[in-house]
Every structure is written in C-alpha cells, then in structure tokens.
Design a protein around this ligand. Structure first.
Ligand SMILES: Cc1cc2nc3c(=O)[nH]c(=O)nc-3n(C[C@H](O)[C@H](O)[C@H](O)COP(=O)(O)O)c2cc1C
Length: 342
C-alpha cells in the first residue's frame, strides 16, 4: 500500500501538537519509553526497548502498555489536526503503531472533549473525596476503553482483592533487589539523571495514603491489616483490564484501553491511578483471575473517583528527546516524498 495521493506533509507546528500529546501519556515509573518518527504525513510510535526494569517489569509488558497509552494520545491529537488518524500495526520491530495523518473530517465533540482532558489526567494516588461516582459516570468511563480484545471488568469480591494487594505489598516491601531498582526511579525525585531530570516518579507524588490500592511499595510502606485494606478500597471504583492472551499486541491494546478510560474519567472531573506492580509477582495474576472470577488475564487495575485534593502534573522529557533530529523538525527533510508503507 502506498501513501495516499491526498497526503499532506505534517507541518512543524502539527508535529509539536502530536509530540506534546504523546509526552503527556502515563508510563511505568514515568520512563516514557517511546519515540516519534515522522515520515511526511505518517507518525511512527517507536518503543524504546532499551528501557528495561528487570525487577518490576521483566517481560517489558508495562513498557508496551505504556506505548499503548501513548498511542491513545497520538490518535486524538491527529484527529484535532483534522487528520484521519487511521492506525496500522507492524508485526515486528520497535515501531508499535503507525498513525496515518492524511487529511480527515473535523473531530466530533466527544473527540474534542477527550483531547482536552489529556492535559488534566494524572496519577492520583491519594484519598478520594467521600461522594460516590454516579452509575452514569462509571458506565461511561468503562465504555471508553474502545478496544475489542480488552475487557474492562468491575471486580466483585473486593475483600479478596484487598487481601491479595496486602500480600503483594508485604512481598515487595521485603525485596531488596526490587527496592534498589525502584529507588533508581524515585530517589530524590527523578530517574537515572538525578535531581531535576524529566523522568521518574517524584517521591512527593507517592503518597502512602491509599496503599496498597494505589502507589508503589517502598521499604517503609506501612501495611495495614486485611480488613483495613478492604475498607480503604471502598471509596473508589475499580476496573480490571483483561485480555484473552498475553501477547505484545494485547499489551499495547490494554495500555490504550486503560488510557482512554483514564482520559474519559478526567473529562468527567474524576481522578484515578493505575496499579500493575502486584501483577508482576509470580502466580499473582492467575490467582487474582480465579478469586475475582475474571474473564481473562488481568493486565492493569484502575481505581477512580472524585478528588479530595488536586495533584500537580509530573515532569516529562523534553520534546527534543522524543523526536529524533532538531525539534520541531521531522527527522525527514520537509521535501522528502511520501513514503511507501506496507
Ligand atoms: C503500564 C503502567 C503501569 C503503571 N503501574 C503503576 C503502579 O503499579 N503503581 C503506580 O503508582 N503507578 C503506576 N503507573 C503510573 C505511572 O507511575 C505514572 O503514569 C507516571 O509516573 C507518570 O505520571 P502521571 O500519570 O501523573 O502523568 C503505571 C503507569 C502505566 C502506564
């Protein structure tokens, strides 16, 4: 298949819009494991496989899910630029998706609302306000997942969920190798580059308030007893994202589904956080699927409700890092002819 004759090269200002949207996506430990490659009117989302968290994410599942979340930002950004946003998925290599940016119809109101909510979405690991989320909001958030192979399930048996999260908290708290790796990404805030860098999770954002339902477990994380854990879960609403199998395309789709629901929650004035940490413990997912009677393999747990307090946005790598070549240049020369695609 060749690039369509109606294709129009992405202008530098449009590339900046795409890059900003991608950069605001959530990612495991705020590693931002993605890059953008622009070819005339197409945008390749590239997974940075050199980013690896051997203790937290040995199979790279969270890294691919993070790229799925970035894709869920790239597509609506293409649409607000009145580009079609059609997406193809190469089967191999580091390019996880190519978003076509041929001219398209104007975005509808739902697309616009969700696009604008991207900048308001952030990880909220704190207490929620006491007021219940309405059934209308709950259904709309779950329905926003929009990936046929991914089911967003409201879990029953919250006591079983609480018990299992409490168990995982104790295991991670006592694992020195795990804690060393985590420390690299949260120490005095930011990632490998130290203070002031643009990746990693600032310590201040990792409140212990809502653990083990939200957050990352550190050596001094308090572990409440099981009954109290379950009580802590109650003010929030939960969705568990499940897929039939455990392949890379399914991880990508799960990440996109999680992020679409998260953005829909933000559009409705709700806040939330994603938890995958316990799902990396050996045997945890199988037992969780059995105890919560889930219809597949759990990939992520999303907790959401009304905010008690606002939380500030976390830093991001500069856009120059995201795009090879001089930003807002494209990495390709402006006069490059349209690329042929498979
Ligand atoms: C695949 C994936 C897994 C994540 N797992 C966890 C987790 O287990 N615990 C947690 O507190 N945050 C988790 N997060 C949230 C990230 O830490 C967060 O997105 C990142 O620090 C950027 O912050 P922001 O969401 O406020 O933009 C996860 C995010 C993604 C995309």
């Amino acid at each position: 298949m060749t690039t369509s004759p109606s294709a129009v090269a992405l202008a530098p200002s449009e590339i900046a819009v795409l890059a900003r949207a991608v950069s605001r996506a959530p990612s495991v430990h705020n590693t931002q494991p993605w890059r953008l490659r622009i070819h005339y009117s197409d945008a390749d989302l590239v997974e940075r496989t050199e980013i690896w968290l051997p203790r937290h994410d040995p199979d790279g599942r969270d890294r691919t899910m993070s790229c799925g979340a970035a894709l869920a930002h790239l597509q609506p950004a293409a649409r607000v630029l009145r580009r079609c946003g059609t997406t193809s998925f190469p089967r191999t290599g580091a390019v996880v998706a190519t978003v076509r940016a041929d001219p398209g119809a104007s975005p509808d109101s739902v697309e616009l609302v969700r696009y604008h909510a991207i900048s308001r979405r952030r990880s909220h690991r704190r207490w929620f306000a006491g007021n219940e989320v309405s059934e209308v909001d709950c259904s709309a958030v779950a329905a926003a997942a929009g990936e046929p192979g991914v089911r967003a399930v409201v879990p029953g048996h919250l006591d079983a969920l609480g018990e299992m999260l409490g168990f995982a908290t104790r295991v991670f708290r006592a694992d020195p190798a795990y804690q060393r790796e985590l420390w690299m990404w949260i120490a005095h805030t930011c990632g490998f580059h130290g203070l002031g860098a643009e990746d990693g999770v600032p310590e201040g954002s990792l409140s212990d308030e809502a653990l083990p339902a939200a957050g990352l477990v550190r050596p001094d994380t308090p572990v409440p007893d099981d009954a109290r854990v379950t009580k802590r879960l109650r003010p929030g609403r939960f969705l568990v994202f499940c897929t039939d199998r455990d392949t890379r395309p399914e991880h990508l789709a799960a990440g996109a589904a999680v992020e679409r629901t998260w953005v829909e929650a933000a559009a409705r004035g709700l806040v939330g956080s994603v938890l995958t940490q316990p799902l990396h413990l050996l045997g945890f997912r199988e037992l969780l699927a059995e105890r919560l009677e889930l219809p597949g393999r759990p990939q992520a747990i999303f907790r959401f409700s009304h905010p008690a307090d606002p939380v500030p946005p976390l830093p991001r790598r500069p856009l120059t890092d995201l795009l090879p070549g001089d930003f807002p240049g494209t990495g390709a020369e402006p006069d490059d002819p349209p690329r042929s695609t498979l």
